[in-house]
Structures are given as structure tokens and as C-alpha cells.
Write a protein that binds this ligand. Structure first.
Ligand code: GLN
Ligand code: ZN
Length: 774
């Protein structure tokens, strides 16, 4: 029998119910019991929903109040001291949220023994998704203990509702590889101490009646060294022996098994899940190498994107796989490629989308419908009742998408075909451009600037909301934005900044603002995806050829520049970031979509330049995020990402200065690509690392100008003059003084004016100190 399976369901719930409950609890409006009851209600609702959709293997323990990696750490007793955990027994909610968000200094925390200044654990990206997990902190000799069998509790909870679910565990090897050690020791050395705890969890699950357990080992999609592969072998030998009647499904996703394929095939697990969306090519090797009695879970429905699947083509693949298995379609599962955590919940709520576009989409609920349809079709044929209709709908949607003149704009294709290598080259090398730019801009040494945005105050947000709701007429809204912009320009002049910005008051979000003005983008009403904790994002859907019908930023730039004789930067979001923070169409290579975006940005740059703009900043904070999980694939990505930035930026004259900005990022391993962007000036986040991140630039002898951030804008602390001057001296010790700009780490939109005014004032004073030392 083929099983329709799911790997994980969005936790946030209909209309972000979990967000409301969490924030209500944090604000003190809900009690702990209220929060837990709401969480249980969401779990029950999601289990029933999946069961109702015909899913045979419904996951449990995929839910989390904040993050499943943190859940795992707490379950295993990997809680650092200072968070009020007594060293045994369950981890309290106060401890859990202090680890997640940092202590808030509340009475409840004090009562729980949580240090007032206990910081949040570090947060980082979950593989190549936009979900962020909390990084467990371990140390050599660390012991583990089962504080609470969470998977068992979830299994029982569902069992009481009449469902035998498939508990999901983050596997021990991925858990260790995702953690960091405070002493720099090898986390994998802790495996022997960890396995008995996992074994205990599995034994209890087996005793409670679980038949399958999903062991997530997403590290399988990365390049693993021999030690990590050996750890997998040790771990699964031990776990398979611990609960011999339990079927373990080893789950890798976000990529193919690659170099880990042989290792994975040799593990004594009852089933193996494959991400066949990211790597369809691995199927044949796995079919040839899997043991006859082993189950294969075929991840054919894209868990990372929002498009409806080509059911007929996918069914063909499934049939081909079945034909090559010793017992046909038996011992096959049909599944999404990965957990559905990364797609929005339900398309049914999107009543404002263009109906054609809507018919091409599938969110989590619709994707499970596809899983079910494929499973039934594999068993009973695509003409079976209940299947026929779904296949017919999929065919019609696909045909309409392929033929849609909105998706395919011949003018865009023609322009793309006409791109020449020269379009990615500035007219002169940096050394020559620099002379022209100096002559035009006449800036002092250590020129000062900011990254673009100024505080999005309550008034700014209210005006935007009022405008969106139709309560504020367009003319009044524009007048309000003009007065904010004018005030910002006036203040920057007074503060003594050299290169000004207009403040980005008109922008809601650095992708949305552009997407709303470009052809090819659509926005959902409820397409929320969890980013971390209660925080969600609703990425735009990049569904058609990208074109720029009209200038997007020139009006605001022109207005700001009309108020001052100092240069005002034109502020744009770069093509790679526009791509990276959207759900991107899957009928073109990402590279091609990115080139379309690059051409649109290029047109905007040209128009800014023609209007008289002397400095254009093209932000690319997401450039690093786009790196593939396997380093072997980096050069391919970096080549087109860099080229796209250059297409966007290189059309200008020598005396137009191109800036770019990137947020916190490690630059060491991509510094050649950063240099290849050939931006005249790059600003980066370096305040927290005390200029450590500049080493990459220094070691590479980076030739162009650099603005290493001297103010950590993520902290409410106002930096003083001396501190910033010290940072600048550190920077001066690493790169040439003549290369340096003085700026904050990032935009100031999340800060208050009461912080921005003194901080920028101090920053300008620090720059003056450095000038005096020349
Ligand atoms: N120009 C943007 C701003 O200042 C850059 C934001 C970012 O780097 N994420 O807000
Ligand atoms: Zn930034």
C-alpha cells in the first residue's frame, strides 16, 4: 500500500493564531494555561485537517511554541546555567522563553531563578530557508537527560483524539551539528552521551503504540565529513537496536543526499525520505541501492514554494519508481519534499488574488491534497473517482499558466536576450572612476552617511495604515511623507552628515515597496510564513516576467534633493535580494528571473542618474543567504548573482558613485565575489565584531571604498564619540584611511529618533576626530 505522508505542518495557524496567543501571553493578557490551551487547540485542528485531507502519516511533535531546535535542546537538558532550570525535570515556560527571547526582568523570571540579564540564545538561519532557529550551546563533557518526552506527549495527545500520528524528532547528528560549543570543542564528541536519551524516547514511543518515527536529519543535504558520516552510522545502529519494532524514517531535505548517499543507504532504518524537488536525479541511484524491504518516501511536492504541481508528470515519476521496486507501489510514501513549515497555510483565504494566478498556486493545505491525489492515482489510476477531477484541474491550471500572456512578456525576453557582457562592466576601472567621483562630490576624508531608513515612527505607520484602509487621501498622505522627508533632510544637514538620505518613510518593506511597482509580483493577504518565534513574513509571489512600467523612487529622491545642496543617495533594493525574499516562479531558472530583476533595477538607476543623482545605493543584504548548502555549488550561484548586481549597477557614468549595503555577514569565504561586485562603496555591519569582519577585506586587499558600521543599530544603546572613534581607528589599522566611510551598521528604521539623533551626532564627531588625526 502506498502511504500519503506529511513531514510537518505550519504551526502559526489560521490568521496567525499562535502569534496572537504568544504575544498575548508575553504581554500578560493570557495566562500560561490559556497559551497552552490555544496551542493544543491548534495542534488538534491541524491533525484533524490533515487526516481529513486523507494523509495517512500525519506528523506530531512538529508543533512548537517558538522553535523546534530549542524544544529539542530543552528536551535533552541542554540548558545553559542562569536560565533557572534546576538540572532535572521539565523546563519551565519561563526558562524556555528566556532562552528564546532573553530575560525580560519580570517577577515570574525572578521567581524562577532566571538571571535578569540572561541573553537570548543566538539565532541563525535554518539551512537555506528564511526560518531561524535558536542555536543550542553545548560544552565538552556535557551530559544529557530527558527532561520531558515531548514526542511521546504529542503522540498521546493525538492518540486521545483517535489518531496514530508519526512523531517527528530532530535527529541526534543534525542536532549536534546545529549546536555550537562554548569551548570550541567538537559537538559530535557528545554523541555517545546523547544516544541513550534518544533511545529512551524511542522505546517509550514504541511502548505507547507508535509504529513510525520520523528522524529529521537535514544535515544530509550538506557536505558531511567522514566524522559526521561515522556519527550517522553509530547513531542509527544504536537507535535501530534500541527499539527494534519501531520503524524509523530517516528524513533528509533541502537537497539531495549527494556525497552522503552511500552512508544513508547503509543505515539500518526502515525508511528513507528523499527531496526529489531539489534533486530528482538521485532517485535512480537510490532505487538501485535501497534494500528491498526498505520504504522510500518520495518528496515530490515542493515544500519550499507555492506553485501547484504538475500532477501528471509527477505521477509518471512515481510510476517509474514503483516499476523499479521489487514490490511495486508497496513500501512507497508520497510526501512533500520537506516540512510545510515554509509555505503559507491555506490558499482558500486569498480572495483578492488574480483568479488566474490563484489557480496556479498551492499552499500547505492544497499541497496535501496533491499528495493524496498522487497516492490514490498511483494505486487506482488517475481516472479513479475523486482523483480525476483533481488531475483535470491541475492540467487546466498548468495549461493556463504556460499560455498566460501575463507570465510571458516577449519584450522582457527580447531584452534579456540582448544583454551583452559590456552591460555588466563600468566604463572605467575603479581607480579612474574614483577621480571623477571625488571631483564631483568633493567629500571630506572619512565621509559620513547613513544606510537609508530613519525611524518608522508610530505616526509614519499610522499614516500608512490609514492610507491603505482608504481613511487618508493620497494627497494628504504624500504631504505627510513630504514633511517627514523635509524634516529628515534638515536634521541631517544640521547633524553635519556629508551624504544624505531621504529616509524611506514611504516604504513599508524593502522588497514590497519595489514589488508593488513592478510587473510580475503579487502579494497575498494571509500568506504568512514563520520567520522565528511569533514573527512571520508574507513573501511576495514573483509569478511573471518582471518589468518596470514607471520610475519607482525618482520622485522621492528628486523631492529630497530639491531641499539640499548636499548629495542625496538614491536608495534601491538589489536584484538578488528582491529574488531571495520572494516566492519565485519555478518555470524559469532563478538566474533568469534575477536577470529580469537586474534590468528593472538598471532602468531605475539610469533614471536616477538622469535626474541628477550622483550617489545610488543598491542594497543586497540577501546576497549571502542565497548561497547553496553545498560549497561545491557556490561558484555557480555567485557568478550569476554578481553578474546581476553588475547589470543593475554598471550602466552609469564614471562620476556616479554606486554604493551597496550588506547586513551582518561573514565575508571571508565570499570576498572575491564581493570585490567582483565592483561597487564604489560597500557598507557592512561591523560594530558588534569590533571590526573583526573587516579582516576579510584587509586580507584580500579589497581595493574599493568601505563603510564599516560603527553603530550597532540592533541595540538601543546610544554609542559615544570615543567608542566610535576607537572603532574607526581599528578600521584604519586594517584598510587604508582613504578607503573609509563612516556610517551605522544598518538602516535606522527600528530605532527611535531619541536614539538616532544623539548617535548620529556622535558618529559625525567621531569622523571629525579621525579627520583631525590625518
Ligand atoms: N536601505 C535599507 C534601510 O536602511 C537597508 C535595509 C537592510 O539592510 N536590510 O532600511
Ligand atoms: Zn542592513
Amino acid at each position: 500500500m502506498t502511504i500519503a505522508a506529511n513531514l510537518g505542518f505550519p504551526r502559526i495557524g489560521h490568521r496567525r493564531a499562535l502569534k496572537a496567543a504568544l504575544e498575548g501571553f508575553w504581554a500578560g493578557h493570557l495566562t500560561e494555561a490559556d497559551l497552552l490551551a490555544e496551542a493544543a487547540r491548534l495542534r488538534a485542528r491541524h491533525w484533524r485537517l490533515q487526516q481529513g485531507l486523507g494523509i495517512g502519516h500525519v506528523p506530531s511533535n512538529d508543533f512548537s511554541l517558538y522553535d523546534h531546535v530549542l524544544d529539542t535542546a530543552c528536551m535533552l537538558g541542554a540548558v545553559p546555567p542562569g536560565y533557572g532550570w534546576p538540572g532535572q525535570g521539565p523546563v519551565s515556560l519561563s526558562t524556555y522563553f528566556a532562552l528564546a527571547r532573553g530575560a525580560r526582568g519580570t517577577e515570574a523570571e525572578q521567581a524562577a531563578g532566571i538571571a535578569a540579564e540572561a541573553p537570548a540564545l543566538e539565532m541563525t538561519k535554518w539551512f537555506d530557508t528564511n526560518y531561524h532557529y535558536l542555536v543550542p550551546v553545548l560544552r565538552a563533557g556535557q551530559t544529557f537527560t530527558l527532561t520531558q518526552n515531548r514526542p511521546l506527549a504529542a503522540f498521546r495527545e493525538a492518540f486521545a483524539l483517535g489518531m496514530r500520528t508519526r512523531p517527528v524528532l530532530l535527529g541526534p547528528v543534525s542536532f549536534l551539528l546545529l549546536a555550537k560549543t562554548e569551548d570550541g570543542s567538537d559537538p559530535l564528541a557528545l554523541l555517545p552521551g546523547l544516544l541513550p536519551v534518544y533511545a529512551g524516547i524511542l522505546r517509550e514511543l514504541a511502548a505507547a503504540g507508535a509504529s513510525w518515527v520520523q528522524m529529521d536529519e537535514p544535515c544530509l543535504a550538506t557536505t558531511l565529513n567522514g566524522a559526521a558520516q561515522a556519527a550517522l552510522r553509530d547513531a542509527y545502529a544504536a537507535l535501530a537496536a534500541a527499539a527494534p519494532r519501531l520503524c524509523l524514517l530517516l528524513t533528509g531535505y533541502f537537497g539531495g543526499l549527494g556525497g552522503n548517499l552511500e552512508t544513508a543507504l547503509a543505515l539500518p532504518v526502515a525508511g528513507l525520505h528523499l527531496d526529489l524537488v531539489r534533486d530528482p536525479g538521485q532517485l535512480d541511484t537510490v532505487l538501485a541501492g535501497a534494500r528491498p524491504e526498505q520504504w522510500l518516501s518520495l518528496g515530490v511536492i515542493d515544500g519550499r514554494n507555492v506553485w501547484r504541481a504538475d500532477l501528471r508528470r509527477t505521477l509518471g515519476e512515481l510510476r517509474r519508481a514503483a516499476a523499479l521496486r521489487p514490490d511495486g507501489a508497496r513500501r512507497l510514501m508520497v510526501a512533500p519534499s520537506c516540512s510545510l513549515l515554509h509555505v503559507p497555510l491555506d490558499l482558500a483565504q486569498e480572495d483578492a488574488l488574480d483568479p488566474a494566478l490563484r489557480s496556479w498556486l498551492a499552499f500547505a493545505v492544497q499541497k496535501l491534497g496533491e499528495v493524496r491525489a498522487l497516492t490514490l492515482a498511483l494505486e487506482e489510476g488517475e481516472e479513479a473517482p475523486g482523483v480525476r477531477q483533481l488531475f483535470a484541474e491541475a492540467d487546466a491550471a498548468l495549461a493556463s499558466r504556460r499560455a498566460s500572456p501575463k507570465v510571458h512578456d516577449p519584450a522582457v525576453a527580447a531584452r534579456l536576450a540582448a544583454v551583452t557582457p559590456a552591460m555588466a562592466l563600468r566604463k572605467s576601472p575603479f581607480a579612474a572612476r574614483r577621480i571623477h567621483q571625488k571631483a564631483r562630490l568633493k567629500l571630506p576624508p572619512f565621509p559620513t552617511t547613513t544606510i537609508g531608513s530613519f525611524p518608522q515612527t508610530e505616526a509614519v505607520r499610522r499614516a500608512r495604515a490609514d492610507r491603505a484602509a482608504g481613511r487618508l487621501p493620497a494627497a494628504e498622505y504624500d504631504a505627510f511623507l513630504q514633511s517627514e522627508t523635509a524634516a529628515a533632510i534638515r536634521w541631517q544637514e544640521e547633524a553635519g552628515l556629508d551624504v544624505l538620505v531621504h529616509g524611506e518613510f514611504e516604504r513599508n518593506d524593502m522588497v514590497k515597496y519595489f514589488g508593488e511597482q513592478l510587473a510580475g509580483f503579487a502579494f497575498t493577504k494571509h500568506g504568512w510564513v514563520q520567520s522565528y518565534g511569533s514573527r512571520c513574513v508574507a513573501p511576495p509571489i514573483l509569478w511573471g516576467d518582471v518589468a518596470r512600467p514607471a520610475p519607482m523612487t525618482v520622485g522621492w529622491w528628486r523631492y529630497a534633493q530639491s531641499l539640499t545642496s548636499r548629495p542625496v543617495k538614491g536608495m534601491l533594493t538589489g536584484p538578488v535580494t528582491l529574488l531571495q525574499w520572494s516566492f519565485v516562479r519555478d518555470d524559469l531558472p532563478r538566474e533568469t528571473v534575477c536577470r529580469q530583476l537586474a534590468l528593472a533595477v538598471r532602468d531605475e538607476v539610469a533614471e536616477l542618474e538622469a535626474a541628477g543623482c550622483a550617489v545610488v545605493q543598491i542594497d543586497e543584504p540577501a546576497l549571502r543567504e542565497g548561497l547553496p548548502l553545498r560549497p561545491a555549488e557556490w561558484p555557480g550561484y555567485l557568478a550569476w548573482a554578481v553578474e546581476c548586481f553588475r547589470i543593475a549597477s554598471a550602466g552609469v557614468w564614471d562620476d556616479t558613485q554606486i554604493h551597496t549595503h550588506m547586513c551582518y555577514a561573514e565575508f571571508n569565504d565570499i570576498i572575491a565575489a564581493i570585490a567582483a561586485l565592483d561597487a564604489d562603496v560597500i557598507s557592512v555591519e561591523t560594530a558588534r565584531s569590533r571590526m573583526g569582519l573587516l579582516d576579510a577585506f584587509a586580507g584580500f586587499a579589497y581595493p574599493n571604498e568601505i563603510g564599516p558600521g560603527v553603530w550597532d543599530i540592533h541595540s538601543p544603546r546610544v554609542p559615544d564619540v570615543d567608542g566610535m572613534a576607537r572603532l574607526l581607528r581599528l578600521a584604519r589599522g586594517r584598510v587604508e584611511a582613504a578607503q573609509l566611510w563612516v556610517n551605522p551598521d544598518c538602516g535606522c528604521k527600528t530605532r527611535r529618533w531619541e536614539e538616532v539623533r544623539p548617535a548620529v551626532g556622535n558618529m559625525v564627531a567621531a569622523a571629525r576626530q579621525l579627520r583631525a588625526e590625518l
